[in-house]
Design a protein around this ligand. Sequence first.
Ligand code: NAD
Length: 439
Amino acid sequence: MKITIIGSGYVGLVTGACLADLGHEVVCVDNNPDKVKKLKQGIVPFYEPGLQSLVSTNFKEGRLFFTDSIKEGVKHGLVIFIAVGTPPKDTGEADLSAVEHVSKEIAREMTSYKVIVEKSTVPVRTGEMVAQTISRSIAPGIEFDVASVPEFLREGSAIGDFLNPDRIVIGVTSDTAAGLLVKIFEPLNAPLLLTDIKSAELIKHSANAFLSVKISFINAVAHICELSGADVEKVAKGIGLDKRIGMEFLRPGIGYGGSCFPKDVKAFIAISEKLGYDFNLLKEVETINQMARNKAVEKLKIALDNQLEGKTIAILGIAFKPNTDDIRSAPSLDIIEQLREEKAVVKAYDPVAMDNAKLEISNVEFCEDEYETVKGADAMILVTEWSQFRSLDLARIKSIMNRPVIIDGRNLFEPFRMKGLGFEYYGVGRKQPGKTEIK
Ligand SMILES: NC(=O)c1ccc[n+]([C@@H]2O[C@H](COP(=O)([O-])OP(=O)(O)OC[C@H]3O[C@@H](n4cnc5c(N)ncnc54)[C@H](O)[C@@H]3O)[C@@H](O)[C@H]2O)c1
């Protein structure tokens, strides 16, 4: 089938490359000419495991094309996916201006029937806005359908997630659109949930909000563990083994970040309020998430006698999670900002996110590797649980740090082992073998 994707970022490019790999003829459109130039040279402009080779193969085999012309894209596709960004406004609402703009442009270029699919994450009732926008700009007599097929992929495992999803949600209002979308996604052999557009939109916000609730729940429990002397790793296992609860997203840590959870929780709160419901549960989720970040700096202050000015702090991990170079709303940004407010000297390293970090963060000494980062440091905060950090040479780390203080924001290490190695170690909600009580 001829398919067009508008917006060739983490979601759009993965969608385009995977659909091309399933045999469709796909045009990916982006309004960033540099991005399109790179893609035309076969270069993926961001880090996502496996994507480079998937794009190259399908590009070479003539199933995947790139353009910055929306006109070309609209001419090509019978089904057009909108995968542009929906960032948060200051009010917390989703900024739908790119979705609206693209809808208008699609309408202006349409000369025959198309299905326009929301792939971007959008608040409930955005489908109505898209349909109205298209109706206002389309030439008379041309028919169209709007649909919603929310995306559940995770950066870092995006291709596997796209090709082996737990479910595919298809929100439609017509049999024609349903038929075309089922044909596209049926080969993935996943449960298909056919529904209306509003329910599809709400499924995506609810799914991300629910996962955020789980994360904040276990982080609140971690806090109680610190206050009471219990061990959150044991508590998480003890509740996660209950099949009704499950282990996933019960990992205590420094809180969620990234381009989805923070903005989607905010947008869900905002649309709920607009519809007349005060979603206090989600507001508390945000408060707990901020607490989880703040606690890393609070622990640092305890360890360094409340004196961070002039102290050198090593940050390991800048990306919002492992296996991505995405630093949007990453906890590291917040923590680095807090450290700079305390006039600490910050050194930082990430295995793949350094280029993005250098564009976003100033007044930080970026280092070549973990060891250069911790050399001479008064403390290290482990922010992102990259697997290579699990196998750090801890004896070497201890020998080159100025003070062997580790704030482990992801519970990568065992407190008793760390104490045995001579570190002053602070995990999240762990039983503290050290002298300091964390309040
Ligand atoms: N990143 C994820 O893990 C993920 C997962 C599921 C859903 N989503 C949702 O998917 C959407 C896209 O997210 P993303 O991470 O891919 O964002 P992104 O910023 O990586 O990609 C968006 C792309 O759209 C392009 N764009 C913006 N306006 C355009 C226009 N008028 N015409 C053509 N191209 C335009 C941008 O240049 C960019 O390349 C968001 O709504 C997000 O919430 C993201």
